[in-house]
Design a binder for this molecule. Structure first.
Ligand code: HEC
Ligand code: HEC
Length: 152
């Protein structure tokens, strides 16, 4: 029995499966889909820390080279929901450089096997297009078995 527990804990600590799920919460407001999923996928809130979401939502007027401003009512609703569901695990809870998931240390580490020219492939274009490779990204599942990197 003692061995069983030790093994369970060991698996929990090393298994990537546990680290690769940030499920999209079932209470996603309609405004999030309407306002935050037209230019890119609706990022599951568990991919960024509370502070980073706050920063993203405060800077929508100058959003990665575009104007993504929205009305106050939607902004308040989305901000509260994003922060409530933000990353909790130590590893993902960092304040992201430039408010980018793709600039966090964990993201860079998890993707260090991907060569520079792969990111530039026509079907990929940007590391921010999670769903091109992670076939279940919209549901917040990033496990290895749900990855297919396009060949061009
Ligand atoms: C008008 C288009 C547009 C809208 C609307 C928009 N975004 Fe973006 N967003 C962008 C662009 C462009 C990027 C940069 C993408 C890239 O580098 O490939 C981006 C990047 C991001 C990133 C960082 C991705 C990374 O590199 O890790 C986050 C987080 C994000 N957006 C959140 C939001 C949220 C939240 C909303 C809704 C309030 C929103 N976006 C609405 C255009 C938009
Ligand atoms: C070019 C394809 C590609 C894109 C785009 C991409 N990833 Fe990945 N991702 C991978 C590959 C390949 C791995 C490494 C799988 C491995 O070796 O375990 C990975 C690993 C991960 C892991 C760790 C998985 C695990 O099992 O531990 C997470 C989490 C992750 N990616 C999230 C994201 C997020 C979030 C985005 C978008 C902001 C994204 N990825 C964009 C290909 C991609």
């Amino acid at each position: 029995m003692k061995h069983f527990f030790t093994l369970t804990i060991a698996l929990f600590l090393v298994s990537p499966v546990f680290a690769a799920k940030m499920p999209m919460p079932s209470d996603m407001p309609k405004s999030y889909d309407a306002e935050c999923a037209s230019c890119h996928m609706a990022y599951p809130p568990g991919l960024l820390s509370e502070q980073s979401w706050q920063n993203v939502m405060e800077g929508l007027g100058k959003h990665f080279g575009t104007d993504a401003s929205i009305d106050e009512k939607d902004k308040t609703e989305i901000t509260i929901w994003l922060k409530k569901n933000a990353a909790t695990k130590q590893k993902y809870r960092v304040v992201a450089p430039d408010n980018r998931i793709t600039k966090t240390a964990w993201f860079i580490r998890e993707h260090d096997e991907i060569k520079a020219d792969v990111w530039k492939r026509a079907s990929i274009k940007s590391p921010a297009n999670c769903g091109v490779c992670h076939t279940s990204a919209a549901e917040g599942i990033f496990s290895e078995k749900n990855i297919k990197v396009p060949a061009k």
